[in-house]
Design a binder for this molecule. Structure first.
Ligand SMILES: NC(=O)c1ccc[n+]([C@@H]2O[C@H](COP(=O)([O-])OP(=O)(O)OC[C@H]3O[C@@H](n4cnc5c(N)ncnc54)[C@H](OP(=O)(O)O)[C@@H]3O)[C@@H](O)[C@H]2O)c1
Length: 367
């Protein structure tokens, strides 16, 4: 689409002129360490038909951006520089294309992190079956910036009452956890679930979703320093790997049977061992690869015990809406660890690179 839509409304509740042309953004001009970010002026794209412009009040940071920045996710040929990274955001409606109805200027909103970009595929479910599905900030500019234009179709009203920084930490991890734990893992009341890396953004949210569904949760951390956090999030039994074997604990906690479901964002050898922690007929849901994308599987063990591997990636608008409803009802909370002004994006990425996370980080683009 090349034409720019007329902007229906001009005044904003946050004092921004409607025809804003430039903004501050954190961009990378090549792959590298956290200091590769440059916070600089970038053009605000014109509003296209069907879109709203969101003034971003806070941006959530995810490990995905660490992988992209580090050159672990895309090759030089697969990315266009400069690139504004970032998928998560919370903000207010700043401008509305004249063909969009249902949104008011100044209204608090949360955009989905990924969606089909071709309107002909807006009804495809699951989203990831749409050829045009994209996570924002990968092949298009993202949310480490002051503004973002998003199709109104993929914007959800934020009625959680959370601060923008708290709300901005939610979309990616909440949608992923709803998808992996509820939809793909089909966790239900009374199940025992093992959630790997419980202090991670995705792990801590998966613990909360599993608890909201009525499960008993075992969860791993690599250092005892993070155990208290994982317990505070809701894990019934925290396993500090290195001092305890999570397979043995999974057996001990289930009368020798093994757990019903393993939720695994770690991958590598942790995924392989996770299969041993499952009961006969149990399900392991891989969704990430913090420890590496490759794992060895003993097929005999897999088929004799009829274990299932079901991958999970992203999720839909209904998953974000379901998750936000859990937040409103107090069953799930945002786990904001720390905020940084956009100008300190490098410092924030150092924490991610060193796995010093307990929950999620957020950037404040107007500070
Ligand atoms: N499928 C999807 O839709 C989806 C969505 C979001 C994220 N992801 C993926 O999920 C993974 C986690 O993302 P995140 O944002 O939650 O990451 P994060 O908050 O940065 O946490 C990463 C976690 O990985 C653990 N870890 C790192 N290296 C490890 C190793 N060698 N062995 C064991 N554990 C290790 C750390 O555990 P400790 O706390 O014990 O140090 C840390 O808590 C990433 O691969 C990401 O790409 C997938």
């Amino acid at each position: 689409m090349s034409s720019t839509a007329t902007v229906k409304e001009t005044a904003t509740a946050v004092g921004t002129p409607a025809q804003v042309k430039t903004m501050k953004a954190a961009r990378i001009h090549g792959f590298g360490k956290p200091d590769v970010f440059k916070v600089e002026d970038a053009a605000v794209p014109g509003l296209q038909p069907g879109e709203v412009r969101i003034k971003i009040l806070a941006t959530g940071i995810n490990r995905l951006e660490h992988y992209i920045r580090n050159g672990e996710f895309l090759t030089e040929e697969q990315i266009t520089f400069p690139r504004i990274l970032g998928a998560d955001a919370a903000g207010v409606i700043d401008a509305v294309a004249d063909d969009v109805t249902g949104f008011e200027i100044g209204e608090r909103v949360i955009p989905l992190t990924g969606y089909p970009t071709d309107p002909a595929e807006y009804d495809v479910r699951p989203f990831v079956n749409a050829a045009s599905f994209q996570v924002r900030g990968v092949h298009s500019d993202g949310t480490y910036a002051q503004y973002i234009n998003v199709p109104a179709q993929w914007v959800v009203r934020d009625t959680t009452g959370l601060t923008p920084a708290e709300a901005a930490t939610l979309p990616m991890v909440l949608v992923m956890a709803a998808s992996a734990v509820k939809n793909i893992g089909q966790v239900k009341e009374g199940d025992t679930v093992l959630i790997q890396a419980g202090a991670s953004g995705t792990g801590s949210m998966s613990i909360q979703v599993a608890k909201a569904l009525g499960a008993r949760v075992l969860s791993t951390v690599r250092s005892a320093a993070k155990a208290g956090f994982v317990e505070s999030v809701g894990a019934d039994r925290v396993i500090v790997t290195g001092t305890e074997d999570f397979v043995q604990v999974a057996k001990d906690e289930t009368g020798g049977q093994g757990v019903d479901v393993v939720i695994d964002g770690v991958g590598g050898g942790v995924f392989t061992r996770g299969l041993d922690a499952l009961r006969t007929g149990g399900v392991i849901v891989p969704y990430g690869f913090s420890a590496g994308p490759e794992a060895t599987i003993n097929l005999i063990q897999l088929f004799f015990a009829q274990k299932q591997i079901r991958g999970a990636f992203a999720g839909g608008k209904e998953d974000l809406e379901w998750g936000l409803e859990q937040v409103k009802q107090g069953r799930v909370r945002a786990l904001l660890q720390q905020t940084f002004p956009l100008s300190q994006v490098t410092e924030a990425h150092h924490l991610v690179a060193a796995s010093k996370m307990q929950g999620n980080l957020a950037l404040l683009p107007w500070e």
